[in-house]
Design a protein around this ligand. Structure first.
Ligand SMILES: Cc1cc2nc3c(=O)[nH]c(=O)nc-3n(C[C@H](O)[C@H](O)[C@H](O)COP(=O)(O)OP(=O)(O)OC[C@H]3O[C@@H](n4cnc5c(N)ncnc54)[C@H](O)[C@@H]3O)c2cc1C
Ligand code: FES
Ligand code: FES
Length: 1287
């Protein structure tokens, strides 16, 4: 593929690997081709991970390196994403840049809609997308500048005045030699013969037909978006591949009065543009089918996929949930098919689409074109779909419905209803159609039709993909939605807003409110408090920033691939590596027996094996590792390692099973204030409820990566890795190898996202890689593929929360008893610490006088879960807030009222007897309500809900009180090392790792203030255990607090040392003082140290001071829910946070927005699914959906609380990395509020269950519409579900 060619052969590492399957956009490049017919050049974005190099004959490929660099000239696209703070960890940035660059090559003045479309296939896990859009919208001809609302201060976080102008005449030209080649060289067929594949590219149709006759089993590869993933992920073997991209007949478009013939090779983007043109040109009544197709085409994959995927490929791939086939089949489209036997036309219908990935095409037949007819008068077509994410997601259910009425009446003459997602292939509801044809299209006909439809399309409760009840209800509700469209079109009966209200998909308004809180007389060189750009944003945008896997290979370097358990619980009876060792290139297979030192790591007192020796306890557990000359060889070796298992009975997967078997990690924790048991006796009402919260995959864009290099002498190892805790990796490796720590140096330049997932798990993999390097004496590289990473490295803990709450009729909660069961997986990892933090935050913002919590880490046979941003707090507080919601529902009041009644109001003690002042919490709450205009919007939502039957609006305001720092006091220390060189330049090392959170930028600002010099003098070098030893993890939102103080300390020392020379020459320059100091033998190097807070928690006494201080915030979100599909849109979000005096508002706002969107993903979208035998099914962006650009709230306002100080942290700032993630739950509770309105209309009041994430499936089923009520529930226990209900 082009991606490995670029990265490995050409050493162009700016193009990144994020998933390898076309789902993330990290590998986006621009492909340009000369079109001899029109003498034009076509530019399009594409995913390099799916682009076969052989396919690129005659094409020019532009990568991020090609458009600009710091050594030559930075391109305006690169500059703007950087200056707008759109690059945090930077791993997605080159892909974003290339998507935008390609758009500008075609459309130099794009619209916001163009930008949305161009970036729809690019994922970012850090930023929350707003700053990326913010940077790119400056290219629009008239970009909307949000109101400057904040006390006269400009809200912009970057200066838009002096941006590099975009000058299309300065762009790279298409290589003239390629034009010449296309114009003059005769087209010849080509063959590329590889190790395992012969690639044949014919130029004429006859040749293609002959080739297909000779090699009927050889696939025709055009976009490679089906065959590519099949080869990569399913191990499909194709010794011969035919690539017909130069056969012109496959790309021809012919129009007739009856319709249009579109060449089967045309890309979906070309088809889309063509149909858009036809819709413009033809009378509306003729374009029903075209418009329905356009509706679907906008949703197929991202732009990069649509640019290469062919219409013929989509049809012939015959996916069960193809979006095009239901429309084409319902629209009576035809295929022209050729083979040696001649040409024929066949209808694209159920006789053509015969099974999963199967059509009735004979192996030697080729689809030449697709005929799409124009529609007739009285004919209407609809295409409706429902997917786990609004864009770039395969549909759960998709449909094409066409109806033809008898002229001038409502009597149905023809009807065709086709669905995707409800069977092995596109399904035609012909019995339902027969029941409607000949009858008037009215409520009675349809209501009878629903009964037939329900019977006709019935799914087994074990249907692959699950969501069976939801899918069945969608078949009904999509037909009903089509009915609404028809009513609207046919009789114009529907008043706008009365049944379905469309909200614009994309407006994105935002306001950012912050005070630049500069100190009096602050010099312009002092950068503290200013929105300074991320220190390496520009090099991230140009692709020059070096991530772990970008480090050039050393001589003789080997690759390591892990072999993992396929059983959830089994004894290992033997590991046979004989065959693996015979695979060419394989050098060694490492098993537990090969570990020279400690074979396990110990977390929270429990040993965890690095490689399983005698027993495995989850699917995905590491058993051995194969090392080989290349990654491919190592993979081949890993595939033939034979592990003989003896299954052990009854693996434990859910927390209920763990509870039954008392399968827990110790200790369990309990905390109580007041007397809960007694208080329950005295309250007006008692309610018991529960909520389940699913796990969350970190989905850092850079997968786990490391290179271990033995130095060749003194048993030294240099380890380059992408991790949050280099010291821990160093210690672990030393213990594993049985050598002292001083022989191992760990180096972290930057991390492409971590979110807690690169602390313990990275170290374990680094230990194994080090053993490989140790044994072989050669450098070893291990970079996990996305699927391996998701399988092996665990996730956020899923939690079951149960509660009993006692309250008075006025809303005051008197007693609460909460139980948390966290699914920890097969090893302890940090789980006990996570469940402790769960208990420490269960009060959130509420002063419940009698409060009891119990939490336990359940040991199960799933992959071991680990730290994730928030470390248990997002789980803990969701349960608390759900409890408050239930109280409100019991009392028939708004949840916000109950929240206010129960909030801490004055200086108080928490349930662990820690004193704090909630003043700023209350200020955040009040300001949030005021700025969001909560009261009037709540009223407006009520009015909206009264008027709309199928769409409901909901609001929620959620507060947060989040403890900052490590409750294990020793982890709060930090150190730094600062050198001043003779030319005045300053080199700073500190213990924090740069993961996108901007810690290096903030450290530069700190050093700038303390040394009184501009940041341009200061360079922050990699984090290295050789420079700064014994560091603590970059976690707990404490990195800046701790390392900032350590850097400050070192700089203060140095500045003091310079005092004599400064006094001697007060008007001298920095450089002159430094030079002088050297001559006067003053040391220009200093270490800095910060002891940190002595925090503790005494669980025996149930009291302590586990946090340095609290960060506060409040967030109001409003959503609109489509009750028929469960789809929702966040209409508006307003966040107010108290982060003291921000050191860098742009970095902090970036953390706020990014973590909010990550929280939105946790609570509303991201679903990890496991098979009934404990196999993780969601192993890439195709199955696991994180928020994309389409998920940003339509209006997203962030405010930093003014006049807040914090004596407990550097420069009065506050940690903000984690707290806001929980505020994403405001969207969850807003959805719940909207669902409650829908249920109320159906006569259902009172508390109800809505588990997290509130996916469209759960939301729709909770709405309990007429359609969901029709689905007979499957009897639990009578079938094996497709996926487990975790926790
Ligand atoms: C990340 C991602 C997201 C996606 N999202 C969606 C989505 O939301 N909705 C949706 O409907 N689809 C989606 N798809 C599927 C995508 O649309 C199809 O994979 C694509 O259209 C197939 O076209 P291709 O040219 O890439 O096929 P290829 O992979 O090149 O070929 C696919 C198959 O079609 C056969 N074939 C191709 N052309 C012909 C022909 N002319 N005659 C006979 N056989 C032929 C080949 O032999 C091969 O077996 C997605 C795919 C990816 C990777
Ligand atoms: S790496 Fe190519 S799309 Fe993810
Ligand atoms: S900046 Fe986008 S993934 Fe990190």
């Amino acid at each position: 593929m082009l991606l490995s060619y670029l990265r490995d052969r050409l050493r162009l590492t700016g193009t990144k690997y994020g998933c390898g399957g076309g789902g993330c956009g990290a590998c986006t490049v621009m492909v340009s081709r000369y079109q001899p017919g029109t003498k034009t050049i076509l530019h399009y974005s594409a995913n390099a991970c799916l682009l076969p190099v052989c396919q690129l004959q005659g094409a020019a490929v532009t990568t991020v390196e090609g458009i600009g660099s710091t050594k030559t000239r930075v391109h305006p696209v690169q500059e703007r994403i950087a200056r707008a703070h759109g690059s945090q960890c930077g791993f997605c940035t080159p892909g974003m840049v290339m998507s935008m660059y390609t758009l500008l090559r075609n459309t130099p003045q794009p619209t916001m809609e163009d930008i949305r479309e161009a970036l729809g296939g690019n994922l970012c896990r850090c930023t929350g997308y707003r700053p990326i859009v913010d940077g790119f919208r400056t290219f629009c001809s008239s970009f909307y500048c949000p109101a400057c609302v904040f006390q006269g201060l400009p809200p912009q976080l970057f200066d838009q005045g002096d941006l590099l102008p975009l000058d299309p005449t300065q762009e790279l030209i298409f290589p003239p030699e390629l034009i010449l080649m296309a114009q003059t060289e005769p087209q010849m067929s080509q063959r590329f013969i590889g190790e395992n594949i012969v690639w044949i590219s014919p130029v004429s149709l006859d040749e293609l037909i002959q080739l297909k006759a000779d090699h009927p089993q050889a696939p025709l590869v055009i976009g490679n978006t089906n065959i590519g993933p099949d080869i990569k992920f399913k191990g499909a073997l194709h010794p011969i591949i035919i690539s017909p991209t130069r056969v012109q007949e496959l790309f021809a478009v012919t129009r007739t009065a009856q319709g249009v013939y579109i060449g089967a090779g045309c890309s979906l983007s070309v088809v889309k543009a063509l149909l858009e043109g036809l819709v413009q040109e033809l009378p509306e009544e003729k374009t029903e089918i075209y418009r329905a197709l356009l509706q679907q085409l906008g949703n197929v994959g991202g732009q990069q996929i649509r640019n290469v995927a062919s219409i013929g490929g989509n049809i012939v791939s015959a996916y069960p949930n193809s979006d095009l086939n239901p429309v084409l089949a319902a629209g009576s489209c035809k295929l022209s098919v050729v083979s040696k036997g001649g040409r024929k036309e066949i209808l694209l219908n159920k006789d053509f689409l015969v099974g999963f990935g199967k059509t009735s095409l004979k192996p030697d037949e080729i689809v030449l074109s697709v005929f799409i007819p124009v529609s007739r008068k009285w004919e209407f077509m609809g295409a409706l779909r429902q997917a786990p994410r609004k864009e770039n997601a395969l549909a759960t259910v998709t449909s094409g419905i066409r109806v033809m009425f008898t002229e001038g009446s409502s009597v149905v003459k023809e009807l065709s209803i086709c669905y995707g997602g409800v069977g092995p292939c596109t399904v035609s509801a012909s019995r339902t159609c027969a029941a409607i044809i000949g009858r008037p299209w009215n409520e009675q006909t349809l209501s009878e039709a629903y009964t037939v439809l329900l019977d006709e399309i019935s799914l087994s409760p074990s249907h692959p993909g699950g969501k069976v009840d939801f899918r069945r209800s969608l078949t009904l509700s999509l037909l009903f939605k089509f009915n609404l469209q028809i009513l609207h079109k046919l009789w114009e009966m529907v008043r706008t807003g009365s049944l379905l209200v469309q909200i614009p998909l994309w407006t994105v308004l935002y306001v950012i409110g912050y005070h630049k809180r500069l100190v009096n007389g602050q010099s312009v060189d002092d950068q503290v408090g200013r929105p300074v750009m991320h220190h390496s944003a520009i090099s991230q945008a140009t692709g020059e920033a070096v991530y772990c896997d970008d480090i050039p290979k050393t001589d003789g370097e080997l690759h390591l691939v892990l072999v993992t358990s396929t059983r959830p619980h089994a004894k290992i009876r033997g590991i046979d590596v004989t065959e693996a060792l015979q695979v060419p290139g394989v050098v060694d297979v490492i098993t537990s027996k090969d570990i020279p030192g400690k074979k396990f790591r110990t977390f929270t007192g429990v040993d965890e094996e690095l490689l399983a020796e005698n027993e495995v306890s989850c699917v995905g557990q590491m058993v051995c590792a194969v090392i080989a000359d290349t990654r491919e060889q190592a993979k081949r070796g890993a595939a033939v390692v034979k592990i003989h298992y003896e299954d052990l009975p009854e693996p434990v997967f859910t927390v209920e099973e763990a509870m039954e078997k008392k399968s827990y990690f110790q200790p369990q924790r309990t905390i109580e204030r007041g007397n809960v048991t007694q208080a329950f006796e005295e309250v007006d009402q008692v309610y018991e409820g529960e909520i389940r919260l699913g796990g969350q995959e970190h989905f850092y864009m850079e997968t786990q990566s490391m290179v271990v290099v033995p130095s060749g002498e003194d048993r030294e190892l240099r380890v380059y890795l992408s991790c949050q805790h280099p010291t821990y990796a160093q210690e672990s490796i030393a213990e594993t190898l049985g050598i002292p720590s001083n022989r191992v140096s760990c180096h972290v330049k930057r991390v492409g996202g971590a979110f807690g997932g690169k602390v313990t798990k990275t170290s374990a993999i680094a230990c194994i890689t080090s053993v490989a390097a140790w044994r072989s004496g050669r450098a070893v590289r291990c970079v996990l593929e996305r699927g391996e990473d998701m399988l092996i490295t665990g996730a956020r803990h899923p939690v079951l929360g149960r509660y009993k709450v006692g309250f008075m009729n006025d809303g005051k909660i008197i007693a609460a008893d909460l139980h948390y069961y966290a699914n920890s997986g097969n090893t302890a990892d940090e789980s006990v610490l996570v469940v402790e933090k769960v208990l420490l935050h269960l009060d959130n913002a509420y002063n419940v006088p009698n409060l009891r919590g119990h939490s336990v880490a359940c040991k199960t046979n799933l992959p071991s879960n680990t730290a994730f941003r928030g470390f248990g707090v997002p789980q803990s507080m969701l349960v608390t807030e759900n409890m408050i919601n239930d109280v409100a529902m019991k009392l028939g009041r708004n949840a916000e009222e109950i929240r206010e009644i129960n909030m801490y109001k004055e200086v108080s003690l928490t349930h662990y007897k820690f004193q704090f002042d909630p003043k700023n919490l209350l200020r955040c709450w009040d300001e949030c309500k005021e700025k969001s205009d909560y009261d009037s919007r709540r009223q407006a939502a009520g009015e909206f809900n009264q008027k709309n039957r199928w769409k409901k609006r909901g609001l929620a305001v959620i507060p947060i009180k989040y403890g900052i720092a490590f409750s294990e006091g020793f982890l709060n220390q930090a150190a730094s090392l600062v050198h001043i060189y003779k030319d005045g330049s300053v080199l700073v090392s500190h213990g924090g790792t740069e993961m996108g959170q901007g810690i290096h930028t903030k450290m530069q600002q700190v050093a700038s203030r303390e040394l009184h010099i501009p940041t341009s003098f200061i360079h922050i070098t990699e984090t290295s255990t050789s420079a700064v030893p014994n560091t603590c993890p970059s976690a707990a939102s404490f990195g800046t607090d701790a390392n900032g103080m350590a850097v400050k300390n070192a700089c203060e020392t140095l500045y003091r040392r310079l005092e004599p020379v400064r006094k001697q020459n007060p008007t001298g320059t920095w450089e002159s003082w430094v030079k002088k100091a050297f001559l006067q033998k003053i040391s220009l190097s200093a270490t800095g140290y910060y002891r940190g807070h002595d925090l503790y928690m005494d669980w025996e006494k149930q009291e302590g001071q586990p946090y340095a201080y609290f960060t506060y915030g409040a967030c109001c979100s409003e959503v609109e829910v489509d009750c028929l599909s469960g789809d929702y849109r966040t209409v508006r979000t307003d966040i107010v946070t108290d982060i003291g005096r921000s050191i860098n508002p742009s970095v902090d706002i970036g953390q706020i927005e990014g973590s909010f969107i990550q929280g939105l993903g946790l609570y509303t979208m991201e679903e990890l699914q496991f098979s009934p035998s404990g196999v993780l099914l969601t192993r890439g962006p195709s199955q696991y959906k994180i928020p994309a650009i389409c998920d940003i709230p339509l209006q997203f306002n962030v405010y930093l609380l003014s006049d807040s100080d914090n004596p407990h942290a550097i420069y009065s700032s506050k940690g903000i990395g984690e707290p806001v993630l929980f505020l994403g739950s405001s969207v969850f509770f807003a959805i719940k509020d909207a669902v409650a309105a829908a249920r109320a209309e159906a006569g259902m009041d009172g508390p109800f269950t809505l588990d997290s994430p509130a996916t469209p499936e759960r939301t729709c089923l909770a709405c309990n519409t007429d359609f969901t009520q029709k689905i007979p529930p499957s009897r639990p226990g009578s079938f094996k579900p497709w996926a487990l209900n975790i926790p």
